[in-house]
Ligand binder design. Sequence first.
Ligand SMILES: NC(=O)c1ccc[n+]([C@@H]2O[C@H](COP(=O)([O-])OP(=O)(O)OC[C@H]3O[C@@H](n4cnc5c(N)ncnc54)[C@H](O)[C@@H]3O)[C@@H](O)[C@H]2O)c1
Ligand SMILES: [Fe+2]
Length: 435
Amino acid sequence: MTLDPYFEPAPGGDGAFTVEAPKIKFGLGSLSELGDDAKALGMTRVALYTDPTVVKLAPVETAKKSLKAAGIDFAVYDATEVEPTDRSFKAGTAFAKDGNFDGYVSVGGGSVMDTAKASNLYTTYPDDFLAYVNAPIGEAKPVPGPLKPHIACPTTFGTASECTGIAIFDLLEMEAKTGIAHARLRPNLGIIDPLSLATLPRMIVAANGFDVFSHAVESLTARPFSHRPAPENSNKRPLGQGANPYSDLACREAIRLVGENLIAAVNDADNTPTLEPLMFAGMLAGIGFGNAGCHLPHGMSYAVAGLVRDYNAPGWPSNHPMVPHGISVIVNAPAVFRMTGPACPERHLQAAEAMGADITGVALEDAGDLLADRVIEMMRQTDIPNGLQGVGYSQDDLEALTDKSFPQKRLLDNAPLAVGRDQLKGLFQDALSYW
Ligand SMILES: NC(=O)c1ccc[n+]([C@@H]2O[C@H](COP(=O)([O-])OP(=O)(O)OC[C@H]3O[C@@H](n4cnc5c(N)ncnc54)[C@H](O)[C@@H]3O)[C@@H](O)[C@H]2O)c1
Ligand SMILES: [Fe+2]
């Protein structure tokens, strides 16, 4: 008897899963409590990270007002690059170095929260830039000790960076998207206030919504934790431990909320009622993938983002060509679902139903196709580019995309079936265009 037949024990498989719970506060208007929270964490002089767009918007005003009311001194850094690079992480660090700060606050999307995490790290424990970066690109040196306190206040709802110990960036010289990952990078508190989303452009809402959806579906359909080889000792259990009963709960609800709200959030003139449920979905999916881990759509997305040539996404600032994160993920997803469907058909069927597909009379062997078709339909309804061709790739790029993704072993191994190099290339081929 197990909680779910999906977690049936396997020989040599893990017998336990752990639950990582980030500290978060959720609620309309909660950002106005920032000053009290900063004080409780002992902050007296804060480095307030944001970006050139968000600095002019209400959330930064609210944050500044609340810090002032609590008697906390601060200085604003608003030069964060959107989809940051190593250049941008270094510039953020230079700002913090001479500021004598004892705390960090980030108000913005994943780009801002990640830049604040990296700036905190390199200012507190200076080292060569590649020292802390994930292997094999960097040395993956662990963060040596505690960082200064950081409160992350998202103004987007996709990345869940406020819940994670991850900072992602583009390493310019290698055209590679990579990151720094360590539990000590996790913010001390995430303040998730749906009022902060009021000004989010519709295409960014679409990209965030699909990012949330993909976090949730990838976690739900990940290899079961019980089929991952048991760790040598309990401290070596990875964060991406595979699908488990705890992450399932959060992910099923996240998918349902995205299915119910995303189209209206992108297309309705007044999308206010959809923002609270979508931001809650983002939080749930963050808790889900923080414990289960993503797999193929995210594993492939790093190549799609890293090898970009000239794509500029409408709705994003275009100081450098880029495929925004949510788009670089969802263009792969339908091709992946068609392949992973047979590995856990019930879960693909549940996801399709939660996204609004009619599942009456659908055979289990068609579950992956049904989910893929429903996602394609929603991509079209929200003006997402038509697969990899829609973001500037062609048949000639398949080798390079495959070469860049195949080393993402941690993510590929979390898929519900084994994927070799040829199959991965086949997935990129199938993701070239959908309609
Ligand atoms: N650390 C993690 O765990 C993690 C996870 C997934 C993705 N990421 C990274 O996060 C980054 C993407 O973050 P994102 O999708 O949150 O977007 P973002 O921070 O890149 O912002 C996208 C755009 O939206 C604007 N914007 C943000 N909030 C706004 C608002 N309320 N109103 C109007 N405009 C607003 C920004 O100025 C920017 O132009 C990527 O670099 C990605 O790789 C990090
Ligand atoms: Fe993501």
